[in-house]
Design a protein around this ligand. Structure first.
Ligand SMILES: *[C@@H]1O[C@H](CO)[C@@H](O)[C@H](O)[C@H]1NC(C)=O
Ligand SMILES: *[C@@H]1O[C@H](CO)[C@@H](O)[C@H](O)[C@H]1NC(C)=O
Ligand SMILES: *[C@@H]1O[C@H](CO)[C@@H](O)[C@H](O)[C@H]1NC(C)=O
Length: 352
């Protein structure tokens, strides 16, 4: 989940505060965090670590641990719920990103690709040694154009929206507790508790008492026109970072291009920590720091602090990106934590 200050600082700032959603709060550490490039990890000197730019995000504070719960080993089917006002071109960007994770045969994108990005997520296993699935598919979708639960949403109302979608009389979304992932996407006119001030997205699971099933879900909001400098960074830059020019959005839509990275973030965390009892750092399961939280703001080699890392630039559109997707699409998606290397990695790393 995306917060505006460092996860590590948050442990201090919010200890005892009213935030106890086990939802994956998304800190935005690298803008604020004094990102260290230590020569030791877990106190053990590592001769391979030095000042190399390879160690984006590495920190002696990171103790990512496995807490024995399940990861998503079954094929994942993403069910978008389009809440509010969505235009077809915006939906196409997000669908193309989801389809790019496991492209159909013959449609693979050139490296560095979204499919390559998912390979880091696949390194996570459950206690039986089974990896996170290679297969992520776009499933059936639901439109909620009339704001079934209003324009001011709370964390709990997300579950009600999922319930409405799976129990609709007209073309309900299928109930798929094995690999279904329900992705609530809200248009810029929809408010969410904490949106912009503290979060850009979160994931969790539905309660049987509300929905009748335990289904993993995520919410991601379109921040365009609302707070793109918070949730669509680096396509917009906060005022407290002087002298930085925003990057150009690769699909020409700052809000939606910004959502793509948040969707990737939530998907990676959902797969590795679907019930908030598998992979996370920190001692507090009601406030986990998950595999994408650790790499927020890092998109390429050298990333850290207020620097995104090395990006690619599309010669045609001038858009900045780091991953190729299906149909010639380009996306900018943050890296995720690699459990073996113990730093953030992505397929566009210059030294891979
Ligand atoms: C940031 O890191 C540097 C070098 O490790 C250190 O000297 C400095 O005190 C740190 N600043 C803060 C605010 O922690
Ligand atoms: C998962 O996806 C793979 C590849 O598309 C397919 O061969 C397999 O049958 C699927 N497994 C299940 C349980 O649906
Ligand atoms: C599965 O996980 C193991 C352990 O992390 C890793 O060594 C292996 O490369 C992973 N397999 C794939 C296909 O990612």
């Amino acid at each position: 989940m995306r917060l505006v200050v460092s996860s590590f600082l948050l442990f201090l700032v919010f200890t005892g505060a009213a935030i106890h959603a086990a939802e994956a709060w998304r800190p935005w550490p690298t803008l604020f965090l004094n990102v260290t490039k230590p020569t030791t990890i877990s106190g053990v000197p590592d001769p391979n670590l030095g000042s190399s730019k390879k160690y984006e995000g590495s920190s002696e504070f990171v103790h990512l641990r496995y807490h024995m719960g399940p990861v998503l080993t079954a094929n994942i089917t993403v069910h978008p719920i389009w809440y509010g006002a969505w235009i077809p071109s915006q939906k196409r960007i997000i669908r193309a990103f989801i389809r790019s994770i496991t492209p159909s045969t013959g449609a693979e994108a050139p490296a560095p690709s979204v499919a390559g990005w998912w390979k880091t997520v696949r390194l996570y296993t459950d206690q039986t040694g089974s990896n996170i699935t290679a297969v992520v598919r776009l499933g059936s979708e639901k439109n909620d154009r009339r704001y079934s639960h209003g324009k001011r949403l709370t964390r709990l109302s997300v579950q009600s929206i999922v319930r409405t979608a799976v129990s609709a009389r007209n073309r309900p979304l299928p109930v798929n507790p094995r690999g279904g992932f329900y992705l609530l996407l809200t248009s810029p006119d929809v408010e969410m508790e904490g949106f912009c001030g503290s979060v850009c997205g979160f994931h969790y699971f539905t309660f049987p008492s509300v929905v009748g099933y335990t289904l993993p879900y995520a919410w991601v909001g379109n921040s365009g026109g609302r707070c793109p400098e918070v949730c669509a960074y680096p396509f917009a830059i906060p005022a407290y970072v002087p002298g930085r020019q925003p990057e150009r959005a690769p699909n020409g839509d700052v809000g939606v291009d910004g959502m793509v990275s948040v969707i990737g973030h939530e998907l990676a965390e959902m797969a590795s920590n679907p019930l908030i009892n598998a992979w996370y750092a920190g001692g507090d399961p009601s406030f986990p720091t998950e595999i994408a939280d650790l790499c927020e703001g890092i998109y390429g080699t050298g990333g850290g602090g207020a620097y995104t890392g090395q990006l690619l630039v599309d010669g045609r559109s001038g858009g900045s990106y780091n991953l190729n997707g299906v149909g010639g699409r380009k996306f900018l998606v943050q890296w995720v934590w690699n459990p073996y290397l113990k730093y953030c990695t992505g397929p566009n790393a210059l030294d891979l």
